[in-house]
Design a protein around this ligand. Structure first.
Ligand SMILES: [Zn+2]
Length: 626
């Protein structure tokens, strides 16, 4: 949608646009008052005042949620919906062809409609994205799209929302949304476009700590951490220092910022969904309660805030034209997610290392795990990288079993390697004079300032890469997107001086990931991914366990006649190494038990990256702080 190119989405700049763009026009102003005082009960109340004319008023509940790349607006949790005009209730009905569309009959003589609605937060722990669990006894992450309706006929940039929010007494709050005035727990925000409102969640909590990350500099960046306990907000000082480094390193990478004021909204709770969601001027990132204070959790979550922060440049400012829809009703086309998410994954991870949130060794251990996983993904033989992006709106909600054969949204992981490959090509083609950093400055950099949207197509991307280093980039990306393997695309790793090998002891990162997930990963031995109770999450098609007849959903009860445990399984694999006796697995499947014999004798196989001294160490160069 090229008409969106250069569109500025901030309300303050929209006024400027009105004077220079004859096609721009302003829509109605809607007021919304949200009462979140019952958030611990998992219910939010909202009242809206919507200008209307007599006849049928078509209202939408946001369906396609930006950054979630899917029609997952939680309309089933919209409750208590009632409409009034001049104090009288109005008739309404849902559109039969679209459950997110509500039709309200407005009587003659009326010029506005009042809407009452509730949003039902998940009452038990539910994962997923922003519609997952978001409220606890002590905190709430409010996503405005969950508590509002908007009228048909306007772009979200053209609708103005005047919002207020009441939070529980004694709670603090953090948001990138400008506050016009506040009185205790009553917050009134400056009027903004619907685009900006939906792009600006509010984190409210009893325990909330705001840490400036670049005091005295502009634009300011702040880490707002909220937790279910005060103790969870007291990590060692070096942790805050590393997030300060992150702001410095991102500034050095991109050369400028596209925000007025950035808020990392970081929620630490065992009772909310865990994920990260990007916005122009903030991110909604959620991990375990001990995510900041526990060293292992810090290591496993280290890449989350850098990834979401990179999105302010790559995803929010520069966005695939097909993903920049005029409202939340029009479907998004996800074919360029390998840039939107894939490049963000690559840049987020290298910024994690450049900020010292990861040591170079931790980065390499992460990379080794990701490489091994892609190297054991037979789904690549039928679904190419392009289809993982095209099918993303469905794949984000795929069940975990059969992952290796189905594939998932692994454009994140695969493109981490592909963009490393591209970075290496730029460095080789320019004999070290240029790198992907130069591409970032060109593509994502100046002018900066207020949040803006500049869309791009595949051809724009190829053109920008050619400006940095002339190369047949169109062919390179087409090959990467349509390739079917076999094996992971590790050319970038190899050309940057490192090799993927398998050894009989795990990296610290690998073992921590297993423990944290409650899993045992034997995908690289005989192709089994298990829970630590023996339940089989996945089998790798074509590997020994699958060929023997074992499948996802079964459960390993015993190994060589002894009750299953991680240690019993590991011991059996070690004992069978180089020998002749098979490993016997007693497996339960839908109330039946069966014994499978695996003739596996190659011992444990854990992924590592080792140095290839025949090549220059470009990877270490890439990870150095700038
Ligand atoms: Zn992302």
């Amino acid at each position: 949608m090229s008409s969106f190119r250069g569109r500025i989405v901030s309300a303050t700049c929209f006024v400027v646009l009105l004077t220079v763009c004859s096609w721009a026009f302003s829509g109605p102003t809607i007021s919304i008052a949200v009462d979140a005082t019952e958030a611990p009960r998992k219910i939010l109340h909202a009242k809206l005042r919507i200008p209307a004319t007599p006849g049928t008023l078509t209202l939408y509940y946001p369906k396609w949620i930006p950054g979630e790349h899917a029609p997952d607006g939680p309309v089933v949790d919209l409750a208590g919906l009632k409409f009034f005009a001049s104090g009288k209730p109005l008739e309404w009905r849902r559109d039969l062809l679209d459950g997110w569309t509500i039709l309200v009959e407005v009587p003659a003589g009326e010029n506005e409609v009042l809407a009452d609605l509730d949003y039902l937060e998940p009452a038990t722990l539910v994962g997923g994205f922003s519609a997952g669990s978001s409220a606890t006894e002590k905190l709430l992450i409010l996503s405005w799209n969950q508590v509002l309706l908007y009228p048909k006929g306007w772009k979200s940039d053209d609708l103005t929302y005047s919002a207020s929010l009441r939070i529980p007494d004694g709670w603090k709050y953090a948001t990138s949304l400008p506050v016009s005035n506040s009185n205790g727990s009553d917050l009134h925000f400056a009027p903004v476009s619907l685009t900006m409102l939906v792009d600006s969640p509010v984190l409210a909590a009893q325990y909330l700590k705001a840490v400036p990350l670049n005091p005295g500099q502009t634009p300011p960046a702040e880490l707002d951490a909220a937790a279910d306990s005060a103790a969870a907000l007291e990590p060692p000082q070096e942790v805050w220092d590393r997030y300060r480094n992150l702001v410095t390193q991102a500034g050095a990478l991109f050369g400028t910022q596209h925000y007025r004021d950035y808020h990392f909204l970081y929620t630490l709770s065992d009772h909310v969904a865990h994920f990260g969601l990007e916005h122009h001027e903030s991110d909604d990132s959620r991990v375990e309660e001990r995510g900041l204070v526990d060293e292992t959790e810090r290591k496993l979550n280290a890449g989350l805030l850098p990834h979401e922060y990179v999105h302010s440049w790559n995803g929010k400012y520069r966005r695939p034209a097909d993903l920049a829809t005029p409202d939340y009703q029009q479907p998004m086309q996800t074919d360029l997610l390998w840039v939107y998410e894939g490049l963000t994954e690559y840049l987020g991870n290298i910024l994690t290392a450049r900020s010292a949130l990861w040591t170079p060794e931790q980065y390499r251990d992460y990379l080794a795990s990701a490489a091994a996983e892609l190297d054991h993904l037979p789904g690549r033989t039928w679904r190419n990288l392009q289809d993982t992006a095209d099918a993303a709106p469905q794949l984000y909600f795929a069940r975990q079993p059969w992952y290796s054969w189905r594939r998932g949204t692994d454009f994140y992981e695969e493109d981490n390697f592909t963009w490393l490959w591209a970075d290496v090509i730029i460095r080789q083609q320019t004999k070290g004079a240029k790198s992907l950093d130069d591409f970032c400055k060109l593509f994502h950099g100046a002018p900066g300032g207020t949040p803006a949207l500049k869309t791009y197509t595949f051809d724009d991307l190829v053109k920008a890469l050619n400006q940095v280093a002339p190369y047949d980039w169109a062919r390179f990306w087409t090959e990467r997107l349509t390739n079917h393997g076999p094996g992971a695309p590790l050319h970038g790793v190899e050309e940057s001086g490192w090799k993927l090998v398998y050894q009989d002891t795990p990296t610290d990162y690998f073992r921590s990931s297993e423990h944290d997930a409650g899993q045992i990963d034997e995908r690289y031995t005989f192709g089994l991914q298990l829970r630590d109770d023996g339940g089989i999450i996945d089998t790798v098609e074509g590997m020994m366990a699958a060929k023997a007849g074992i499948g996802p959903g079964m459960r390993v009860v015993a190994v060589n006649g002894r009750r299953f445990s991680a240690e019993v399984l590991h011991d059996a694999i070690k004992a069978a190494k180089g020998g002749h006796d098979s490993i016997e697995l007693l497996v339960e499947n839908t109330d039946y038990f069966r014994t499978f014999k695996l003739d596996y004798h190659d011992g444990e196989q854990y992924p590592h990256l080792v140095r290839d001294e025949s090549k220059p160490d470009l990877l270490s160069e890439i990870l150095k702080a700038k």
